[in-house]
Design a protein around this ligand. Structure first.
Ligand code: GDP
Ligand code: MG
Length: 436
């Protein structure tokens, strides 16, 4: 599908203003992408209409085609829809902060409880996990294991007590033990049911949570909408945690859930391990849903951070293939302003795969800079001068090893080659030829 989208984009190259036909063409693809990502149909419809309105007649930014411009608008709107800012946990000024995890059975509440406890502990707090799921066999044991793994105490009273009483007693225990955050792991059901809702409401009114977080399995796609709507209506949630994003889901649930509840998605869980959680990034999710890599973030970041003139110069260099180590250094500098390199490389469609093995990390960057700075002017302009003894000198001068110097030279060659490919591709398009 991403390919289809690309084709549409290329067809649209070279126009000044977005017209209705551009929009209709592009939006058909967008609609498909959204539905394929399992976004709720009604949400798709509303969304598409909104974007159409905004897109028709929009000025096309100089560096984009109308098609790209539309997709940029789509991406912007998606990001806005999912929350433009990252929202974290609101800690109470009067501890303990009470967090209640709710959701269907198997959504990932217990696991997420452990993950959150770990995160919160890392922030210097003293969390307590409370085992209030008395129904699922071995649920208490599971939480105890998880708690043990992250070295966070677990409060439990077995499965003979009422969950409301457990939650209340847990809160008191936290107060008398100086725990400043409690995370209550509640029971779920396979389906929404009134009895469960009643229990959760009762827990809520007894321990007055600062955060009721709905844990949603991102693989459940369309169903997520009903679940979120229902929990929000009956219980009033403060935010959502989306789990199992490590699966092959495109994450449409995020969009649907956000749209129907209007509550922020606070965290994304990306695996079974207790480290596999991160703050939710609406922009990344938008691109994931659109299924086109982080192309647009790249476009945007490039627009925001690249010095226009330098970009032009670079373009010329790529075209004339006179890209040197000085330029490479320049690029690294600019990329550094844009965020982690690895992320950036992943964003480049096609390039991501080719560059996977390169593994440029931030620390290496410092080395790379040192290496280039240890080269003479001639060497930077003409890397073929770099024989064995020169490499040794550079390694010594930059505090690196000859292997590191060799690796960089190889990376540089690969980058050059890739740039040549991009340049050729661009020529192909300009001539009206198909790009392959
Ligand atoms: P609960 O019933 O809501 O408490 O759900 P659990 O925490 O017991 O999780 C149900 C299953 O989903 C377990 O096997 C977890 O290991 C798994 N799980 C939870 N979160 C994630 C996640 O982010 N990714 C993956 N792949 N599995 C997860
Ligand atoms: Mg559980």
């Amino acid at each position: 599908l991403a390919e289809k989208l690309q084709n549409t984009l290329h067809k649209l190259k070279g126009k000044g203003k977005v017209n209705e036909k551009d929009v209709n063409d592009a939006m058909r693809e967008v609609k498909m992408a959204l539905l394929e990502a399992d976004v709720n149909f009604k949400v798709v419809k509303d969304f598409v209409n909104k974007v159409k309105e905004r897109a028709i007649g929009a000025e096309v930014l100089e560096s984009l085609t109308p098609g790209q411009q539309i997709i940029k608008i789509v991406n912007d709107e998606l990001t806005i829809l999912m929350g433009t800012t990252q929202s974290k946990i609101n800690f109470s000024s009067k501890p303990p902060t009470v967090i209640m995890l709710v959701g269907l059975q198997g959504a990932g509440k217990t696991t997420t409880g452990g993950k959150l406890a770990k995160l919160i502990k890392k922030q210097g707090k003293r969390p307590l996990l409370i085992a209030a799921d008395i129904y699922r066999p071995a649920a208490i044991k599971q939480l105890q294991v998880v708690g043990g793994q992250v070295d966070v105490p677990v409060f439990s009273m077995g499965d003979k007590q009422n969950p409301v009483d457990i939650a209340k007693a847990g809160l008191e225990h936290a107060i008398s033990n100086g725990n400043d955050v409690i995370i209550v792991d509640t029971a779920g059901r396979l389906h929404i049911d009134d009895e469960l809702m009643g229990e959760l409401q009762s827990i809520k009114s007894n321990i007055k949570p600062h955060e009721i977080l709905l844990v949603v399995d991102s693989m459940t796609g369309q169903d997520a909408v009903n679940v979120a709507e229902h929990f929000n209506e009956k219980l009033g949630i403060d935010g959502v945690i989306l789990t199992k994003l490590d699966g092959d889901t495109r994450g449409g649930a995020a969009l649907s859930v956000r749209a129907v509840t209007n509550k922020p998605i606070k965290f994304a869980a990306l695996g079974e391990k207790l480290d596999d959680i991160e703050i939710f990034h609406p922009d990344r999710m938008a691109s994931r849903i659109l299924g086109m890599g982080d192309v647009l973030s790249l476009i945007e970041k490039a627009q925001a951070n690249f010095d226009e003139k330098k970009a032009k110069e670079l373009e010329n260099k790529i075209k004339t293939q006179s890209f040197t180590f000085d330029d490479f250094l320049d690029q690294l500098q600019q990329m550094k302003n844009m965020g982690p390199i690895s992320q950036l490389l992943e964003m480049i469609p096609g390039a991501g795969k080719q560059l996977k093995g390169l593994e440029v990390n931030e620390k290496e960057l410092v080395h790379i800079q040192a290496i280039i700075q240890s080269m003479t002017k001639q060497e930077r302009q003409n890397p073929s001068l770099l024989n064995g003894s020169r490499r040794k000198r550079i390694a010594a001068g930059s505090g690196t090893s000859v292997q590191q110097v060799n690796r960089l030279l190889k990376q540089f060659e690969q980058t050059r080659k890739m740039m040549k490919q991009f340049a050729d591709m661009d020529k192909g398009v300009k001539k009206g030829g198909k790009f392959k």
